[in-house]
Design a protein around this ligand. Structure first.
Ligand code: SF4
Ligand code: SF4
Ligand code: SF4
Length: 321
């Protein structure tokens, strides 16, 4: 490889954890610095959009974009970086699936604003002041990005070349992505940079694969039997509907998987896949008994679609409609 590459990092509707995940590769960040100049990284450096706008198209070798698209600024920068980049990597669960912010698609902009700016337990806002796209001030008009009714995964807005799953992606897989870029050995366009199997296949817990659920438990309600599959003990674990790659890091600490690595190969709707997996394990035939068991799942959309609602077949569903 001759000369240094050019990388850009950007965040849309993001918590910032994916930015930290880049730094989690520790001393390997020095390899990234040796490999590439970073032309935009708002969380870490004072880059200007006008400098990116002034670049010729396809000047940036790789853009790593984390977070979904929830406002007009993120959409504008996503389209700008797409035009200026040879390769765009959808970095993390929020960019790839909408992530946790995508759960607000259940409610839309109006209800989200009421909750965020008026009714949260920590809010004191008697005038119900909200951010407005345009606000007249003595000094002139202030402009904020337009907040959208829905969160969109990045690939609903621009073409994406590769997907790096996880909330956030693990340092191991960030390192593998950097290695693939450095060596020029990237997988076919459109690939997920990850393993081609489900999380249960790398989970150390034993599965019996038989109907065993008589009651669902939230993790704090039960001490799981060691060595045995959490799902088969009634703790909803998304392993059967989640791509492997994280080494089952939540299960290692007795917490069920919530599905952040996204759907496994061949699965479009992660939540629907998970519903099927759970239904096959409920140990009851009587309708009222099944209803009693299922009624213990208090927030089915939040449980089954924690990261993937914005990319699901349910994505246009709204509560109350
Ligand atoms: S994928 Fe997770 S860590 Fe990354 S921005 Fe979304 S919530 Fe944060
Ligand atoms: S369902 Fe969860 S606990 Fe059970 S084997 Fe799969 S990943 Fe492990
Ligand atoms: S166990 Fe599940 S939720 Fe936890 S890091 Fe792995 S894929 Fe994500």
């Amino acid at each position: 490889m001759s000369g240094k590459l050019k990388f850009a990092f950007y965040w849309g509707a993001s918590c910032g954890g994916c930015e930290i995940a880049v730094l989690d590769i520790n001393e390997r960040i020095l390899e990234v610095a040796a490999l590439a100049d970073i032309v935009l990284w708002p969380v870490a450096a004072d880059g200007k959009y006008k400098d990116i706008e002034a670049m010729a198209d396809k000047t940036i070798d790789v853009t790593f974009f984390n977070g979904g698209i929830r406002n007009s600024e993120a959409e504008h920068i996503a389209k700008l970086l797409r035009a200026k980049s040879k390769v765009v990597v959808s970095f993390g669960a929020c960019a790839t699936l909408g992530g946790v912010p995508g759960l607000s698609n259940l409610y839309g902009k109006e209800q989200t604003f009421v909750r965020a700016y008026e009714t949260t337990e920590s809010t004191v806002n008697p005038a119900a002041t909200r951010p407005g796209a345009r606000t007249a001030m003595p000094e002139g008009e202030l402009e904020l990005p337009e907040f959208y009714d829905n969160v969109f995964p990045l690939d609903k807005i621009i073409e994406v070349d590769y997907y790096l799953p996880g909330c956030p992606p693990t340092a191991e897989w960030v390192g593998k992505a950097v290695d693939a870029i450095a060596s020029g050995k990237l997988p076919p366009k459109g690939s997920v940079i990850g393993l081609e199997k489900i999380l249960c296949d790398e989970c150390p817990l034993e599965r019996k694969n038989e109907r065993s659920i008589k009651k669902f438990y939230r993790p704090h309600e039960i001490m799981p039997k060691p060595g045995q599959c959490l799902l088969e003990q009634g703790i909803i674990c998304s392993g059967p509907a989640t791509r492997a790659g994280c080494k089952a890091r939540c299960i290692e600490v007795n917490m069920p998987c919530r599905g952040c690595y996204g759907p496994p190969p061949g699965v479009v709707d992660q939540g629907a896949k998970m519903l099927g997996a759970v239904a096959s394990l409920v140990d009851a035939d009587d309708e009222s008994e099944i209803e009693a068991i299922v009624s213990r799942v208090k927030d089915p959309v939040g449980v089954f679609y924690q990261f993937s609602l914005a990319k699901s077949l349910l994505r246009s569903f709204r509560r109350g409609r």
